[in-house]
Design a protein around this ligand. Structure first.
Ligand code: GAR
Length: 203
């Protein structure tokens, strides 16, 4: 069976993109990376993609300020040219409209740094601390027109430790993001949408 073509959307450092791409180096992986796109030029993730031998592009959102439709049209063109079967949002920090997402329904994944449906949106670690939570985590889910709300495919959970700040929580969670997302993509690309749960980092 031919390997599914994966496009990965990033906005910055791209560490989740690297975790996905490295896992896809396995010749038995049901998917392969065909494109990395950033909404900002000159981010570390683009350099890392090039180092990994993956075609990398950017569609800068700033020249389209005030015209989200035009930005998304350009982004859609770039994506369609790569003929992806699956799109992974990996630290992609632009909100995509329901119109953009609709054609990719059932084919687009996202990783979000909270235990969804808790804390969609931004500043998830600070909001977790402010709520007095004893656990934090990340979620990989299918993307729908509603922000951070599609069907959940996997979650990793870590404890909140005494003295944790938003920064220490984010740093301790990231390695679990790097475990969870590749595991979910592997299953998803082979047509398996059963859920994955990881528990980590016990004190
Ligand atoms: C990750 O923690 C990811 O979960 C988060 O941004 C970071 C990107 O890091 N995503 C979101 O907040 C999406 N709303 P990376 O660029 O090193 O993968």
């Amino acid at each position: 069976m031919s390997r599914k073509r994966v496009a990965i959307l990033i906005s910055g450092g791209g560490s989740n993109m690297v975790a996905l791409a490295k896992d896809m180096r396995d010749a038995n992986h049901p998917a392969k990376p065909v494109l990395v796109v950033s909404n900002t030029a000159n981010v570390g993730g683009l350099t890392k993609a090039a180092d990994l031998g993956i075609p990398a592009a950017h569609v800068d959102h700033r020249p389209f300020k005030g015209d989200r439709q035009a930005f998304e049209k350009k982004l859609q063109e770039v994506l369609l040219a790569a003929k992806p079967d699956i799109i992974c949002l990996a630290g992609f920090m632009r909100v995509l409209t329901p119109e953009f997402v609709a054609p990719w329904r059932g084919k687009m994944l996202n990783i979000h740094p909270s235990i969804l449906p808790l804390f969609p949106g931004l500043h998830t670690h600070q909001r977790t601390l402010d709520a007095g939570m004893t656990v934090q985590g990340c979620t990989v889910h299918q993307v729908t027109g509603d922000l951070d709300a599609g069907p959940i495919l996997g979650q990793a959970i870590i404890p909140v430790l005494p003295g944790d700040t938003a920064e220490t929580l984010a740093a301790r969670l990231l390695p679990f993001e790097h475990q969870l997302y590749p595991q979910v993509l592997r299953k998803f690309a082979s047509g398996d949408t059963s859920k994955i749960t990881l528990f980590g980092d016990q004190p």
